[in-house]
Design a binder for this molecule. Structure first.
Ligand SMILES: Cc1cc2nc3c(=O)[nH]c(=O)nc-3n(C[C@H](O)[C@H](O)[C@H](O)COP(=O)(O)O)c2cc1C
Length: 151
């Protein structure tokens, strides 16, 4: 079921009806033998299926670790997560965050963008520069501050 919230008054986005967005973030470890060609095949699969299910996001791959940001309708994202859990190309899946919120998509144009770990800062900065949703902008600022502190 998709919840619709009508925003009223002086809320940002007044007049828009945004559907609830399910956002799931996890990291995992690539299994032995997974190379760049394998990752390209994963991204090709994602780009074939994600538009049909209204799923967008990014897949970061570096040093044998995957990090994936998924957003879309709850049922579709959880169904994808079940498929991901039984995919032998990765293991040790750790769920980092799972929330349902009424907000705009963080990555509206990306069916599944592959990002190398050294480009993640640019990706987050671009998302912040084009964020129209105050919640998204705040979350991205926090991520960027944490990333910079870790460098
Ligand atoms: C790290 C990783 C990320 C993936 N991301 C997606 C994705 O965003 N969308 C997708 O349809 N499949 C993705 N896949 C592939 C799925 O696990 C699965 O192979 C695919 O959905 C096809 O499902 P099926 O094998 O049950 O037909 C990913 C796989 C891995 C290992």
């Amino acid at each position: 079921m998709t919840a619709i919230l009508d925003l009223h008054g002086d809320e940002p986005g007044f007049g828009l009806a945004l559907p609830a967005l399910y956002n799931l973030v996890y990291c995992s470890r690539a299994t032995p033998g997974v190379d760049d060609a394998t990752v390209q095949r994963i991204v090709a699969t994602a780009r074939r299926w994600n538009p049909e299910y209204g799923v967008t996001g990014i897949l970061v791959f570096g040093s044998g670790i995957f990090f994936q940001w998924l957003e879309g309708p709850r049922d579709n994202v959880t169904a994808l997560m079940s498929r991901l859990r039984s995919d032998s190309r990765h293991d040790s899946i750790v769920l980092l965050s799972e929330v349902e919120e009424v907000r705009e998509r963080m990555f509206p144009d990306w069916d599944m963008e592959l990002v190398t770990s050294d480009h993640i800062r640019d990706v987050l900065q671009d998302a912040l520069d084009s964020a129209t949703d105050a919640q998204n902008a705040k979350a991205l600022s926090v991520l960027l501050t944490e990333l910079d502190a870790a460098l």
